[in-house]
Structure formats: C-alpha cells, structure tokens
Design a binder for this molecule. Structure first.
Ligand code: SAH
Ligand code: SF4
Length: 370
C-alpha cells in the first residue's frame, strides 16, 4: 500500500462552543423556534435555507436577517458543529477532511470524484455517523476504537456542507453513509440527516443518490423499510456463512445471515429499491471460489447487487486479495447470475477508508487521547 501523505494541519480558529447547534433542527423546528422568539414563520424558512443551502459559517452571513436578530441568534446557537483540524488531497483527487467536534471528538469525511458509466461527473461524499463504532468488526480500524458516541444530524450533514464551503464549484452529487460508525446504531440522527440532505430548501439531493450502509441491525432495517425513503440500502456481508461471518463481524451472533438476508429482501420488496451487498475481499479468508458459489446461493435472486471491496490494509492480520483473484471471484458470481462489480479503490495515498484517518493520527501521536 502507498505511504499516506501527511495531513496538512489547519490552525484552530476559535474555541469550541457548547451552544446548541442550529444545523440539528429541521425546518419545522426552526419555524417553531422563531415563533417562540416572536418572529414570523418565513424567518425560520429563510434561516433553514441560509444554513442548508447557502452553508453560511456564521450568523453574520445571514445578510437577509435584521442585525439584532443575527445578534440574538449568535447568543443562543452556533452553526458549525466543529472545526477543521486537518485536510488532505490524494493524487486521484479524493479529498479528506478531519473535523474536531465541540467535545473534542475527531471525525473524518472523504469526497471521492468519479465519472459515472454515462460519463457524468460525480462527487461522492462518504460521511461518518458515529465517533468510533461499537460493532467491533475485526478487519476495521473504526471497530478497534470502540464507540465514543453517535453524531447529531447537524454533525452528519455538515460533513457534506464542509466540502461545498471549501470548493463551491465542486458540489457533492452523492452521499454514502460509509464512514466511521454504524448508521443504524444511530438511527434517528441518520434518518434525520437523510431528510435534511434531501430537503427541497436544502442541498435537495435526490434520495436515490444516498446510500446507507449497515453491518446488519435487523430491527432497524425493518424500521427503515417503513420510513418512506428512496435511499439505497447497502448490507455489509463479507462472508457467505454464519461461522465465518461471526468471526469477522460479532453482530452476526445477534442477527445471523438468514435473518439478515430475509430483512434485506423484505426491504427491497417493500421499497422496490435494489439492495447492495458489500463484500470486502480478505486474502485467504473469504475470497475462495467456493465462497463465491455459496454467496450466490444465499442472496435473493432479484433486487440485489454485490459490491466487491478491495481491502484497505489497516491491520497486519489481513491482506488484500490480489486483483486477478478478485476478478475471478467477480466472474464466478456473474456466472451464477449475480449482478457484481469490483469497487475502484480510491484515495489510498491519503488512507481514505473507513476509520483510518483517526487511527493514523493516534499512531503518530498528534492528538492527545480522550
Ligand atoms: N458500519 C457500516 C458503515 C461504515 S463501514 C458498515 O459496516 O456497513 C463502510 C464499509 O467499509 C463496510 O462495508 C465495511 O465493512 C468496509 N470496511 C471497513 N474497513 C475496511 C477496510 N479496511 N478496507 C475496506 N473496506 C472496509
Ligand atoms: Fe463499525 Fe462498519 Fe467498521 Fe464494522 S465495518 S466496525 S460496523 S464501521
């Protein structure tokens, strides 16, 4: 693997504030808050647009508000959930931001440029939903950290807005909930963030361009199916049988494969949306052709797609599958009639994978613990 580029340090601009964060409120809540302060409803809608469409970084930026109201807001609410403390850009254009939240938690976000099959420019932002993760998957750097806490809706959506503020001409076109943390273990904030990102008066991202990835929390998958969202659900499978999956993903002991696949199939049936199955290829662990054969037998034949993910080596215990073996695995699935792609591996030189950034900072000792 390529040696990661050093992160560019960014000088903290001001002390972290503990005021409530205005980005955590949906439009209705803002309107209600403004009513309480004695202002008409349109003010709340104006502020929602300033926050979620114009991405103002301070109340001073809300130039359509009377000066006194801006001052009043500044006393009660903050806008930015944290401060940018590091950023990096990869040779392939992948960008990464490291933000320190008000309570000192660091979260990473990556933006990955790509060209769609139809030739259109894409910018996918991979957001984190938790600081750390409780799921303890053995191959995952975030899993080794344990869970610090779930992020708030504002802390999630501002990861997208941060890239828009940095480079307004490069607007994110897709959002994938595949950064640090388990989105469905922070269910309410994840669903609230999806609604904020797809709000007509915000960035107005089509829900079809949003993917939520889960390690397989069955009750929450069932709940998500009833939310009336048009997002893509991605299930992190990584193994075709319970013994192997439980050895990689402890959550499998709680929700074994049969239950998980049934919940995913029900999700696809109810929403009409094809479910994606993620499969990280780990050399000599889950990448034999017999694993592909078994995988083809357990997946629902319709409305499923397999994404094979090259392993980003974060731990000496696992190695990535060589590209020719990955292609053989893909071809085996295709031969069995399973729609399959190998995900392009991007941003390796800035270690832009799930949870790696924070792990690296810790190793280099640039951050004090806690
Ligand atoms: N917690 C959710 C979403 C975040 S992880 C989930 O597990 O689905 C997003 C994806 O990255 C998951 O499929 C996860 O298995 C994968 N992943 C984790 N560590 C990785 C690594 N080192 N290399 C490649 N993919 C990894
Ligand atoms: Fe958590 Fe996903 Fe990493 Fe597993 S792979 S530890 S669920 S972030």
């Amino acid at each position: 693997m390529t040696q990661p580029l050093p992160m560019l340090p960014v000088a903290p601009t001001r002390p972290a504030s503990t005021l409530p964060c205005a980005l955590d409120y949906d439009e209705q809540a803002l309107v209600a808050t403004f009513a309480m302060l004695g202002h008409p409803a349109y003010r709340g809608r104006q502020v929602f647009r300033d926050l979620h469409q114009r991405h103002v970084a301070s109340w001073e930026g809300c130039t359509n508000l009377p000066r006194e109201l801006r001052a009043q807001l500044a006393e009660r609410y903050r806008i930015l959930p944290g401060e940018l403390v590091g950023q990096a850009i990869s040779q392939d254009g992948t960008r990464k931001r490291l933000v320190r939240l008000a309570d000192g938690q660091d979260i990473e976000t990556v933006a990955i440029p790509a060209i769609s099959p139809a030739g259109a420019h894409r910018l996918s932002v991979c957001v984190s939903t938790q600081a750390g993760c409780a799921m303890a998957c053995t191959f995952c750097a975030t899993g080794r950290m344990g869970l610090a806490r779930g992020l708030t809706p504002g802390e999630i959506v501002d990861q997208v807005y941060g890239f828009e503020r940095d480079a307004p001409s490069e607007r994110p076109t897709h959002v994938v909930f595949m950064g640090m943390g388990e989105p469905l273990h922070n269910y309410a904030a994840t669903v609230a963030a999806v609604r904020l990102l797809s709000h007509a008066n915000g960035v107005n991202l089509s829900q079809r361009r949003i993917t939520v990835s889960t390690s397989g929390l069955v009750p929450q998958i069932e709940q998500l199916a009833g939310e009336g969202l048009e997002i893509t659900l991605a299930i992190s499978l990584h193994a075709p049988d319970d013994t192997l999956r439980a050895s990689l993903m402890p959550i499998n002991r709680r929700y074994p494969l049969a239950e998980l696949i049934a919940a995913a199939a029900a999700y696809a049936h109810k929403t009409g949306r094809r479910v994606s199955y993620e499969y990280v290829l780990l050399r000599d662990v889950n990448d034999a052709l017999h694993h592909a054969d078994r995988l083809a037998t357990i997946l629902p034949p319709k409305l499923s797609h397999v994404n094979l993910i090259p392993y980003n080596a974060t731990d000496a215990s696992y190695r990535p599958t060589p590209p020719n073996a990955a292609r053989a695995f893909r071809d085996r699935l295709l031969g069995a009639g399973v729609s399959t792609t190998i995900r392009a591996s991007r941003g390796r030189d800035i270690a832009a994978a799930c949870g790696q950034l924070k792990a690296e900072n810790r190793r280099q000792g640039t951050r004090s613990p806690g």
